[in-house]
Structures are given as C-alpha cells and as structure tokens.
Design a protein around this ligand. Structure first.
Ligand SMILES: Cc1cc2nc3c(=O)[nH]c(=O)nc-3n(C[C@H](O)[C@H](O)[C@H](O)COP(=O)(O)O)c2cc1C
Length: 344
C-alpha cells in the first residue's frame, strides 16, 4: 500500500471517531490535571487532534476563564473533563453549556443521571469512562454518547484491567456509540491495532506531557524523558483495612515515603492511637496537592509524577504537531509495510 492509500485507509478506519469529535484525526488528548490547560489543549486541537481541558478541582469561574482562554487560542473543537465527585458539578456543567462546549467528558466515577440529561438537553455530547462491559452497556442505555475504555497501563488513576483485555471485551460488544481506547498507547502502530479491533479513536495522555506547548515544569518533563516503562508503577496498598486508590506514577521519594506513612499509620491504629477514620484520612491526605507540586513547582522527588507505562517512549521535548505526525506516520508505515494478500 502506498502512503496515500494508507492515509485514506486510516481515515476510513477512524471515520466514526473523526465525525464524532469533528476533527481531522480521532486522537483525543486525555485530560491531565494541571497539564491539560489552554496551551496544550489548543495545540492538540490545532494539530488536528482533540484537546480536553482538565478541570480538576477548579471552581466554576476559573473553568469559565480557562475555556474562554482556550477558545482564544484555537477555533478547532476541544472538550472539557469534569470530575463527577466535584461538589459544584451542576454549576460546572452550566458554565460549559453557556459557553457552547460541544463535548463534556465525565470522569472519576459513574456520572449522576441528571448530569447526563442536562448535558444532552444543552446540546452537548457526553463522554464517559467504562471500566467493564456491564458498565459500558449501562452508560449507553442512560444516554452516554461515547465511551472511553482506559487500561491500567495509563498514567493517573487506574483500574485493574489492561487496555488489551478491555479492548477485546468491550469493542465487539459496544457498537451503539463510538468507543475510544486509552492507556499505554505510545506509537501509531498500536493506535492502528485498536482501530482495527473496532475502536473509533484513541486517547493518549503520557505522550503529550513533554510537548513544547505543555506548561509542565522542565523537571517534570526531564523525569518523563529519563524514565522507562517499569518506572511508572501503581501506588501500593499495604493493608486491606485501609484502601488506597491506585494511581500510576513514577517511583520516587514520595512513593517510598507513602509506604512508610502507611506502615506508621497502621502501627498507630493497631496501638489504639488513631481510630479507623483518622487513620484512613491520614493516608488519603498524603497525596493532597502532590500533583500540582510536581507538575507546576517541579518537585519530582516528593510530588506525584503521574505517568503511564508509555513513558519509556517519551524521549524528547517536541512540538505537539510533531507528536501527532509521528503517531500518524507510525500507523501509515504499518499499513504501507503490508504485503498484498495472496490472490488480492
Ligand atoms: C499527569 C496525568 C494527569 C492525569 N489527570 C487526569 C484527570 O485529571 N482526569 C482524567 O480523567 N484523567 C487523567 N489522566 C489520564 C489521562 O486523561 C489519559 O486517559 C491517560 O493518560 C491515557 O493513558 P496514557 O497515559 O497511557 O497515554 C491523567 C494522566 C496523567 C499522565
């Protein structure tokens, strides 16, 4: 297959995702708190992908300012990611709808039914995460317009199942809405693989962190450039009585101190110094503010350097457009290398 045919074939493969997002390529830049702000999001959308603003714990006024600022940097479509547990979720949805946002991603747990309803009544599309087939089916029934499946190779908060298994379980079953695959995608060849399995598109986070346009601190970017896949590890829970939400990040002093803290808290709980609630809170508070400290202040020793296993494929700082071009080139090269089928 020559390059032109390979590109046309790729366009066919992700046509549904391109139409859904309104973009040249069905590549979503997964929202990353502190990283996915106006500059990176606009750069991804301007390069033909679909940037997504991470609203994190922003208040409605801050989100409004961020969305307006992003609109001033791009006229291409982009989305916004809201955390379902945010106490002002309704007001955040109002801000998005008032500004005419076309796509709202609901992350961090199952979306409340009224949130989905309001998004759709406001003429926006709702995109939700499905960690299992049953949940994907339920989300489609409740009106979700597209699904993201994210495997445990991803950076940030993760589930227990790998991307390849989720893709095999969910892609053949969920056909009513477009499904985007996330987690561990570092090259165009892998992107192509998931499209051929039936994905409408893909979502990448880790590969975009070191984009020139990303405001992540130079030390945060250096940590990514130096790291190998095996350095991006999930947070460890050491006692079943004290749950730890699994987060994939680069191992550092912070992750080691977190183990020490858990041991210390459990000892104090066992000796009666702390009750269950106080002990759990102390464990949960350990990481408060730690992502900001790493991304913005550059404290990569004790901060949370959230990164996916694809971090080993991040080797330099480069413009967003080059990262997207590299992904496309990988997919096209894989297609172009194929031998014609016998008799074909
Ligand atoms: C530093 C960092 C922060 C993230 N923050 C969020 C977030 O706030 N909300 C969210 O839905 N996903 C978050 N993610 C996940 C990404 O949106 C994306 O789904 C994931 O990075 C895809 O997998 P990959 O890292 O293997 O490319 C984060 C990921 C990273 C690396």
């Amino acid at each position: 297959m020559d390059r032109a045919h390979a590109l046309a074939h790729l366009d066919d493969l992700w046509q549904r995702g391109r139409e859904f997002l309104g973009t040249r390529y069905a590549i979503m830049g997964g929202a990353m708190t502190w990283v996915s702000e106006r500059n990176l999001v606009a750069a991804i959308s301007n390069a033909g992908g679909f940037g997504v603003i991470a609203s994190g714990s922003m208040k409605p006024e801050m989100l409004e300012a961020e969305l307006n600022a992003t609109k001033s940097l791009t006229s291409a479509p982009f989305g916004v990611n809201l955390i379902t547990l945010h106490p002002q979720l309704d007001q955040l949805i109002d801000v998005c709808l008032d500004l005419g946002m076309s796509h709202i991603v609901l992350a961090g747990g199952l979306p409340p039914g009224n949130a989905l309803k309001r998004i759709k009544e406001g003429n926006a599309k709702a995109i939700c995460f499905a960690p299992a087939v049953a949940i994907a089916k339920k989300l489609v029934k409740s009106g979700c317009d597209a699904i993201v499946i994210e495997g445990m190779e991803a950076g940030g908060h993760i589930g227990p199942v790998s991307t390849s298994v989720l893709a095999q379980e969910i892609l053949p079953v969920i056909t009513e809405v477009p499904v985007f695959v996330a987690g561990g995608i570092g090259r165009g060849q892998a992107m192509l693989g998931y499209l051929e399995m039936g994905a409408a598109g893909v979502q990448l986070g880790t590969r975009f962190v070191c984009a020139t346009e990303s405001i992540a601190h130079p030390k945060f970017k250096q940590a990514f450039i130096r790291a190998a896949a095996r350095d991006a590890v999930p947070s460890t829970q050491i006692d079943p009585r004290f749950p730890v939400i699994p987060v994939r990040a680069l191992a550092n002093d912070g992750t080691r101190k977190f183990m020490e803290l858990q041991r210390d808290v459990i000892n104090r709980f066992n000796s009666g110094e702390l009750d269950q609630k106080a002990a759990q809170l102390e464990i949960e508070h350990f990481w408060a503010g730690a992502l900001r400290r790493a991304v913005i202040d550059g404290d990569v020793e004790t901060g949370s350097v959230m990164a996916g296993q694809s971090v080993g494929m991040v080797t330099k700082e480069e413009p967003t457009a080059d990262i997207i071009r590299d992904l496309i080139d990988g997919a096209v090269a894989a297609l172009a290398d194929r031998r014609p089928m016998a008799g074909g």
